[in-house]
Design a protein. Structure first.
Length: 272
């Protein structure tokens, strides 16, 4: 089996969805192809991570009981053997047919309501989990980027306290022009900027200083709701929306410092 044939089957193999012949072929291929074997390992690692980190939500007991009562109290549909399959097509069976139609609609409506309740619950829970997972992954990526850039001494790609130098440099390399403000008067001098890959997209990263601390601010057009400040892997992470932009800040500075800094930054960005 060649890579171009194996790659679309790696995920199905990891999920146990392949039959005997294809399963044997992919197993043989994975023993000799490091690239496909790595893809298979990544899928297994992601599955283990989801099982360990994503919260599990069970349906509330009240919903189950309401569905049981609804099903138990719904009258069965009974039609006369001599009635037409379509009662409204026969004038003689009009009254009996109307009752049958009403019973049928009552049964269908109750079933539809139960199905809608379950569907809505699944949608709300599923959306909440996905939003939580997306936001958690974004914060993890931002913290990892901050740590990598610090350790690799690549925290700043364009070093300047002049926003008229930092902004054009970032704008030339992105599909948007981020707002850049210098907050030196408030104790947060602009040190420069760099590009960061977050969620598969290049994002503007503004680098500020605060005493002996460094603050990374990842800026992109506003696309999501922002959760409150949190602590992650020893770093404080603050995420806010404002002035039409999404601001995600990472630093080892205190949470109250980071919160005050972002509020001032958003305020400055909203000014003409």
């Amino acid at each position: 089996m060649k890579c171009e044939h194996a790659q679309p089957l790696v995920a199905a193999y990891a999920d146990g969805e392949l039959d005997g012949i294809r399963r044997h072929s992919i197993q043989k291929h994975l023993r000799t192809c490091a690239r496909c074997a790595a893809a298979h390992a990544d899928i297994l690692a992601l599955r283990a991570r989801l099982r360990s980190e994503v919260p599990y939500f069970a349906a509330p007991p009240g919903l189950q009981e309401r569905v049981r009562v609804m099903v138990a109290t719904t009258p069965p549909v009974r039609t006369r053997a001599s009635a037409s399959r379509w009662p409204w097509a026969s004038g003689g069976a009009r009254n009996g047919g109307a009752a049958a139609v009403r019973a049928r609609w009552q049964w269908m409506s109750s079933g539809a309501l139960a199905g809608c309740a379950a569907t809505v619950l699944a949608f709300v829970v599923g959306t909440s989990v996905l939003d939580w997972r997306t936001e958690h992954d974004l914060a993890n990526e931002a913290v990892a980027s901050h740590v990598r850039a610090t350790l690799d001494h690549r925290l700043i790609e364009v070093a300047s306290s002049d926003r008229h130098s930092v902004k054009p440099w970032l704008s030339e390399r992105l599909d948007y022009s981020p707002p850049v403000r210098d907050l030196a008067a408030g104790g947060y001098p602009l040190l420069g900027g760099r590009l960061t890959m977050l969620e598969g997209r290049q994002v503007a990263t503004l680098v500020y200083g605060y005493r002996k601390h460094t603050i990374d601010v990842f800026v992109q057009p506003e696309t999501r709701d922002a959760p409150p400040l949190r602590e992650l892997r020893g770093f404080n992470v603050a995420h806010v929306n404002g002035a039409g932009w999404d601001w995600l800040a990472v630093s080892d500075a205190g949470p109250e410092i980071l919160d005050a800094f972002l509020r001032e930054l958003v305020h400055e960005a909203s000014l003409p």
